[in-house]
Design a protein around this ligand. Sequence first.
Ligand code: ZN
Length: 156
Amino acid sequence: MAFFSAALASLGGFPEPAPTGDFVWPLDPRPTVVRPFEAPPEPWAAGHRGVDLAGAEGQAVRAAGPGTVSFSGVIAGRGVIAIQHAGGRRTTYEPVEDRDPKGTIESPGDRIGSLSAGGHCGATPCLHWGLLVGTDAYRDPLTLVEDRRVRLLPLG
Ligand SMILES: [Zn+2]
């Protein structure tokens, strides 16, 4: 019984594990990942520099972590918003309308705009969520929110 009690307490105590502390999913409830991050085979190749999260048009897009809006505008016809975080990290979100203006200070989970149509998931609205570290290094943003315990791979 002790085992089950401990398991239940653990589940009840941490309904939304956040292993890195300050970061949350940018859509609530936790969205389905429609397309994962694909590192480009060469630095100049396309790959998929972010993840696509299924959502609904007009749904609130939330700041994934604490930071300041570093960009809010339209690029190639798509509304884009970016947040600068500590540690040289920047998260990007698109397509987003009704965006907070540049300079807005955000806390994790703050509404930064609304998911708009016109994403690159075809008829299904989705949020393209990106993570950059330093000036131009794209990383998998899921590393900010996923429970690493389930991502451990056996060594060798
Ligand atoms: Zn995408």
